[in-house]
Design a binder for this molecule. Structure first.
Ligand code: ATP
Ligand code: MG
Ligand code: MG
Ligand code: MG
Length: 463
């Protein structure tokens, strides 16, 4: 079953216009990457631009959640359901239909098109939302409807703007497969798999902290993760076990001569995830750099290379997965194939760059581990960053595996010092020669690198 196509066709049959996915880098300076299906429609929802003639739309949006408020980078490798790059299918009503139809459409798609067994489905509603509960009771029994609070089931675009309660649909993958203590709806476990979020935009907040004013024409925004549904339909309890990821995992198995297993296979999953993000970003014109989005891309690739190193790779390997990915996704995203050669070249170069210093870095890291009780030295983390090209979050990821904390304050202090030094060097001279030096300094350590780090940690976000 081509789930992406079935979804879009289904909503076209309900009078929605099919809209192509927007770019990963949105036309919105407050956002690092497009992280949800509604992002391209944001100004229609806020009323900044007029509603289209047809107030119903459907799309399958490429998303990245690797920074800002929605950051799933740390989850990759650890959960069975998170990716840095994924596709979000959605249907949207711009002041047209509301809760009743949104719920009815979702139920029809899930039970009649996807044919998911009703006895595995659960839904959640916001604890204030009697209306949604009542509407759901037309389809599912009351004991399958859970009420959750703001943290799980209230959505807002930001401090101001449209907001409202949500309702989420979960698929129970069975206690026999999962028995973690947090395997509850809205929890961190994977047993109750969240597949679809229906957002009921029914209020507006005009000023920060102000009251929620009911909207005259409430709207609908929904988001359903393609990879999760594909996995369910293929009988997999992990997204990574599906045909969207296994070809890459199988290729890594072959290259390295070691079998993948779920429990020990985090590195394979990180690689299969990160190659998607890297290829899509590079194909859309984001390049490796020391700042902003390009630095997120660099961090992602270096993280994958480090996992490759753990598996035994000692030279570039990621670029060899590009064709495999394009075989899976190039049909839908036709801009990938023409870029394949350039993308492979960029990835191989970046890998080669990191393979030059990674062994030294890992040795330095392991040496320091011997001196570490609970908190890893901020000086060494800085040295790793500065001389071995280890982004801070890579070191943090390595420490997480050992259950160790990091002296981030010291790291930041050293980072700031370096930046101040670079600035002082700038002020102290007017001649071109020193300016050249300064430029080099900046490129190597200075402001740019810091901005990159800062930007990803503190970028504003919608959704
Ligand atoms: P979760 O609680 O599992 O992290 P979420 O509540 O953060 O998901 P939403 O923001 O509601 O997710 O996004 C809508 C849908 O997009 C989710 O129901 C899920 O199917 C999918 N989705 C969200 N984040 C990811 C991700 N990192 N990887 C894959 N699919 C995702
Ligand atoms: Mg999430
Ligand atoms: Mg959730
Ligand atoms: Mg959700």
């Amino acid at each position: 079953m081509d789930i992406r196509e079935e979804y879009l066709k289904f909503f076209e049959s309900k009078q929605h216009d099919r809209i192509a996915s927007g770019p990963l880098v949105p036309d919105d300076a407050t956002l690092l990457f497009n992280n949800a299906g509604m992002v391209p429609f944001k100004s229609i929802f806020t009323g900044e631009i007029p509603r289209p003639a047809n107030p119903r739309a459907t799309s399958c949006q490429t998303c990245i959640r690797a920074g800002g408020k929605h950051n799933d980078l740390e989850n990759v490798g650890h959960t069975a359901r998170h990716h840095t790059f994924f596709e979000m299918m959605g249907n949207f009503s711009f002041g047209d239909y509301f809760k009743e139809e949104a719920i009815a459409h979702a139920w029809e798609f899930i039970t009649e098109v996807l044919e998911l067994p009703v006895d595995k489905l659960w839904v959640t509603v916001h604890d204030s939302d009697d209306e949604a509960e009542e509407l759901w009771m037309k389809h599912i029994s009351k004991d399958r409807i859970m009420r959750l609070g703001d943290a799980d089931n209230f959505w807002s675009m930001g401090d101001t703007g449209p907001c409202g309660p949500c309702s989420e649909i979960f698929y129970d993958q069975g206690a026999e497969n999962f028995n973690g203590p947090e395997d509850k709806m809205g929890g961190e476990g994977d047993r109750f798999l969240e597949i679809w979020n229906l957002v009921f935009m029914q209020y507006e907040v005009k000023e920060k902290g102000g009251e929620r004013i009911p909207l005259a024409k409430p709207s609908i925004d929904t988001g359903m993760g393609l990879e999760r549904v594909v996995a369910i339909k293929e009988g997999q309890t992990s997204n990574y076990g599906s045909s969207l990821f296994m070809p890459m995992i199988n290729q890594v198995e072959e290259m390295i001569g070691k079998k993948y297993e779920y429990t020990t296979g985090a590195s394979y999953r990180v690689i299969a995830d990160h190659i998607r993000t890297a290829v899509f970003l590079l194909s859309q014109g984001v390049n490796f750099s020391n700042e902003g989005r390009g630095y997120v891309l660099r961090r992602i690739l270096r993280r994958a290379v480090r996992h490759g190193y753990l598996l035994g790779f000692r030279s570039p390997f990621m670029y060899k997965l590009v064709d495999t990915l394009i075989t899976i996704m190039g049909g839908e995203y036709d801009y990938l194939a023409p870029k394949a050669d350039a993308v492979k070249e960029q990835i191989e170069l970046e890998e080669a760059r990191f393979f030059k210093t990674i062994a030294n870095g890992i040795e330095l890291f392991n040496e320091e581990l011997k001196n570490t009780k609970d908190v890893f030295s901020g000086e060494v983390a800085f040295k790793l960053y500065d001389t071995c090209g280890f982004p801070l979050d890579l070191t943090e990821d390595m420490l997480k595996e050992k259950n160790l904390a990091l002296d981030t304050a010291k790291f930041e202090e050293l980072m700031l010092e370096q930046r101040t030094r670079a600035k002082a060097a700038w002020k102290g001279s007017g001649d071109a020669a020193t300016q050249g030096d300064f430029k080099e300094l900046l490129e190597k350590f200075g402001e740019n690198a810091f901005v990159g780090y800062d930007f990803t940690e503190h970028s504003g976000e919608v959704l």
